[in-house]
Design a protein around this ligand. Structure first.
Ligand code: NAP
Length: 308
């Protein structure tokens, strides 16, 4: 379907000089902002209980290496949400020429700091830094972004003690909140990155979906996607998933976030087929940060011995 230039939200029908798109059924829309707000409210209540019982205000440490403006914005947003939930935000900024050794030293220091229950290393780091080694240096009990190998292993094995990778974890919450019956569903995840596609696949298989993970070498992607009852797009290419790849009634989760607030799915065309769909912005994005804040509150409770 043709896309139109228009100023209305992506889920309203709109009339422009060049075309008309029929209004979509707003019941199809997954409101990530509202679900995220509920999660944040719950996290704030946890933080209040922790502070009342221990006299300690939990803190999230965010480590930003280099001067990538998008990463700086994400870190700022995470800090703000953290403070809104009643926690402290400890921002550590390191120069673009930081070495792996320097970053490991900082992360080890934070892992040993009893006043910091959660540590996040903003992805991506400059190319000279071994990001995997740095992620794995975060103490598993403080890995509130769920990026370390221990967190990943626990998550893949379905061991509930660790923290989930935040974007896939947030997507699972959305699916639960919208009562999507995952058991037996054919799920297709497009993308296999360590922070998104791979953990997403693991969480879905643990929820009894039949999962196919696609990537840049997948043959005839449209026909694979067409089989899906649930599509998770995590490609990093604007408007990549086309409406005619989507089976009638499929649930479409767009994890993509490309310049200009554009998702990985051609929203208007995919929404015509989907039974449920996430918008961009306002779908998956708010859930990532809310999951991070909630997991930080849980980490603080675990470390301070507070039963929630
Ligand atoms: P990434 O590391 O670049 O991974 C992209 C994946 O897409 C790779 O596995 C790649 O395959 C696959 N891919 C690329 N071209 C493809 C093609 N033509 N056909 C099929 N697969 C293809 O990206 P990411 O970090 O996972 O992020 C993906 C998207 O999610 C981005 O838009 C990012 O901004 C967004 N994101 C959003 C949030 C949020 O909070 N909303 C959080 C994180 C990321 P290969 O492995 O074969 O290269």
């Amino acid at each position: 379907m043709a896309r139109c230039a228009g100023n209305l939200s992506p889920f309203q029908g709109r009339v422009s000089d060049i075309c008309y798109i029929a209004p979509m059924d707003s019941n199809k829309l997954i409101d990530g902002k509202a679900v995220a707000q509920r999660l944040l409210d719950g996290a704030a209540a946890k933080v209040q209980k922790i502070t009342q019982q221990t006299g300690i205000t939990p803190a999230l440490a965010t480590v930003l290496v280099g001067d990538d403006p998008a990463s700086a914005t994400y870190v700022k947003m995470k800090g703000k949400r953290c403070e809104a939930a009643g926690m402290k935000s400890l921002r550590i900024e390191m120069p673009a020429d930081t070495t792996t050794e320097q970053l490991l030293a900082k992360i080890t220091e934070l892992s040993e700091d009893e006043t910091v229950p959660g540590t996040l290393l903003q992805h991506p780091v400059p190319s000279q830094v071994d990001e995997r080694e740095a992620f794995d240096a975060i103490a598993p009990g403080k890995d509130v972004d769920g990026v370390g190998a221990t967190s990943m292993g626990n998550m893949a094995l379905g061991i509930p003690s660790g923290f989930l990778s935040c974007t896939p974890g947030g997507i699972m919450t959305l699916l639960r909140e919208y009562n999507v019956e995952l058991s037996g569903m054919e799920a297709v995840v497009i993308g296999r990155s360590p922070i998104l596609g791979k953990p997403m696949g693991a969480l879905l298989v643990n929820a009894h979906c039949t999962v196919t993970i696609c990537h840049s070498r997948t043959r005839d992607l449209p026909s694979v996607v067409k089989r899906a009852d649930l599509i998770v797009a995590a490609v990093g290419k604007p408007n990549f998933v086309q409406g005619d790849w989507v089976k009638e009634g499929a649930v479409v989760i767009d994890a993509g976030y490309n310049p200009g607030n554009i998702g990985d799915c051609d929203f208007d065309a995919c929404a015509q087929k989907a039974s449920l769909i996430t918008p961009v912005p306002g779908g998956v994005g708010p859930m990532t940060i809310a999951t991070l804040i909630d997991q930080t509150a849980d980490a603080a409770a675990q470390q301070l011995g507070v039963a929630l």
